[in-house]
Design a protein around this ligand. Structure first.
Ligand SMILES: Cc1ncc(C[n+]2csc(CCOP(=O)(O)OP(=O)(O)O)c2C)c(N)n1
Length: 280
């Protein structure tokens, strides 16, 4: 007799959309689960309302998270998540607006929007799932592909210095900047939990392993080996310094919260302005 088993997070998942399009061994599912656990914790603690959460995703494997979660969610063109999320936040300031996408989506084609959201300290939670390539389209080089690594479009090794997302976000004015890794889901959940409570911009870079596409080019296609390779490169630090955010495949990656402040966000400044205009 078949026994129906319900997972405690099923209530937050559009189970009718399963199975996901993610390849076997892909770690995006771990990122989604860690996020749902953090959201669940905040909802259970009465700190967040389920009907006040909105997901915005673009195009790409990671962006699909927005399609699989059972919250208000919207998908838009590749690279255009941040402007849409900004509009939603301005119209519905009580909503926690969560942008989710890949390093290509948010840092390459959407890089311009990222800059301006950061300088505005726009009240969004932006999750960049960094698998270091364009996953969905076959493994092209991305702004976060580490130096010298092989990809579909860098068959002799990547000659470009990669973007350090953490440095960028810390220098432009976000309130909360952290790096997590899919290989450390418990820490990731804690980071998401904190980020969900922030005003202003909370940016979380999540390193993830992609055995099928990234792994194919660097010669690690076994999912477990791919996971362990990334895991071995991760160092966990409490309050790491900006210098420790160095982004280097050989030296590894430090995860942790790099910045946590409480400056007024864009929405605070906007409502002050509205109040002054209306003579409140
Ligand atoms: C305007 C536009 N340009 C290019 C594409 C093709 N495209 C779809 S997904 C993608 C990149 C995906 O990489 P990333 O955003 O890093 O996400 P991942 O799939 O790795 O999670 C590209 C270039 C598109 N759909 N629309």
């Amino acid at each position: 007799m078949a026994v129906a088993v319900e997972h405690p997070l099923d209530k937050y998942v559009r189970t009718e959309k399963l199975p996901t399009l993610w390849c076997p061994g892909c770690t995006i599912g771990i990122v989604m689960t860690s996020l749902l656990r953090a959201i669940d914790q905040r909802i259970r603690e009465g700190l967040l309302r389920r009907d006040q959460i909105t997901f915005v995703g673009g195009i790409g494997c990671s962006a699909r998270i927005a399609m699989y979660v059972r919250f208000d969610s919207v998908r838009t063109a590749h690279g255009r998540t941040i402007p849409l999320a900004t509009a939603i936040k301005i119209l519905r300031p009580e909503h926690k607006v969560i942008v989710v996408g890949g390093d290509g989506d948010i840092c390459a084609i959407g890089g311009n929007h990222l800059l301006h959201a950061l300088r505005r300290n726009m009240d969004l939670m932006i999750i960049i799932v960094n698998n270091m390539i364009y996953g969905m389209t076959g493994g092209q080089v991305s702004p976060t592909t580490p130096l010298k690594l092989y990809t579909t479009t860098t068959p002799y090794g990547n000659p470009e210095k990669p973007l350090n997302i953490i440095r960028l976000a810390c220098s432009l004015g976000a309130n909360f900047v952290a790096r997590g890794s899919a290989t450390h889901p418990h820490i990731l959940q804690q980071i998401f939990y904190k980020a969900l409570g922030k005003r202003g911009l909370a940016l979380i870079e999540v390193l993830s392993s992609c055995p099928e596409i990234f792994g194919r080019h660097i010669g690690i296609t076994d999912p477990v080996k791919s996971f362990m390779t990334l895991r071995d490169k991760i160092k966990v630090k409490n309050n790491p310094s900006l210098d420790e955010s160095e982004y280097d495949w050989e030296k590894g990656f430090v995860i942790g919260v790099y910045l946590d402040k409480d400056d007024p966000g864009y929405i605070d400044n906007l409502s002050l302005l509205y109040k002054s205009l209306r003579g409140f």
